[in-house]
Design a protein. Structure first.
Length: 281
């Protein structure tokens, strides 16, 4: 083989080597590019999880649990979002109740003389007061009559006057005394016209405190009649009774005890009842 033949063979060898080298370099370069451009399996999963998805996911038992907010975070979020609550009647009532209990405890520990007076829950009825020629209770009749009974200065005088508890003057004799006790029109009726506002009882056993016993009616004017205020029976047989009367013996309103039946030179006494008297206190 001459020189030229050898040179051509060498050229073929060199060309083959060059092709081999090019092929080998491309393969290596392709490997490097593939290694740099293709992310790892774990990295690809992280990127996919971070990328927002248009399709909502459904949580399964295998999903990674999300972080649960703490109690402080929940309370803070609730406080910021919820409207401020207005005080309720119940809250106010509880505070008042607590205050009352505290005051009550303090009062109980205080000395007896400094404790506030306890008010009774039961209403106290006001004393009943009659009006002139109106309805009157038996208790008030006796209360008015007693004011003269305890005053020794009221002497018997058909022309005289004495004041009732309200300062109204009545005639200071037997019928004036009865008129004052019944709160009739001042200066009082006489034994002649007292029967106009009273009626005779059919039975003397019906007599009650505040009723009258008298000799009254026509022809009893002046000293022709007499009237007394019945107070009580002194025994169960109703044979003895007590009256309040105003006469000349003694010379002032006084209490007397009589036996039934009662009569004197003017006649027999009858039981009378004022038409507007009522039972009760």
């Amino acid at each position: 083989m001459n020189f030229f033949h050898r040179l051509g063979a060498a050229r073929y060898v060199l060309a083959a080597l060059a092709v081999a080298l090019v092929a080998l370099g491309g393969t290596a370069l392709a490997g490097v590019v593939k290694s740099d451009d293709s992310p790892r399996t774990e990295a690809a999963a992280d990127i996919a999880a971070a990328r927002p998805s248009d399709t909502p996911t459904t949580t399964t038992s295998t999903a990674t649990p999300t972080a649960t907010p703490t109690a402080v975070e929940t309370a803070t979020a609730t406080k910021r979002s919820a409207p401020r609550a207005e005080p309720t009647a119940t809250t106010h009532k509880h505070s008042v109740t607590a205050t009352k209990k505290a005051v009550t405890k303090k009062e109980r520990s205080a000395p007896a003389e400094k404790r506030p007076a306890v008010k009774s829950q039961r209403a106290v009825a006001a004393p009943k007061k009659s009006v002139t020629d109106g309805t009157i209770t038996r208790a008030e009749v006796l209360a008015r009559a007693r004011t003269w009974l305890t005053d020794p200065s009221i002497s018997y005088d058909m022309s005289g006057r004495a004041d009732d508890p309200n300062g109204v003057p009545y005639r200071s004799d037997c019928s004036g005394y009865a008129s004052m006790a019944l709160h009739l029109d001042a200066p009082g009726r006489s034994t002649i016209d007292l029967p106009d506002v009273t009626h005779v009882l059919s039975d003397k056993d019906d007599l009650k405190p505040g009723d009258l016993l008298g000799i009254m009616g026509p022809s009893t004017g002046g000293a022709g009649g007499h009237v007394m205020i019945f107070v009580k029976w002194n025994d169960d047989s109703h044979s003895s009774f007590t009256v309040w009367e105003h006469s000349g013996n003694p010379d002032r309103p006084h209490q007397s005890v009589h036996e039934w039946p009662i009569q004197d030179s003017r006649g027999a006494y009858l039981p009378y009842r004022y038409d507007k008297i009522v039972d009760g206190s």
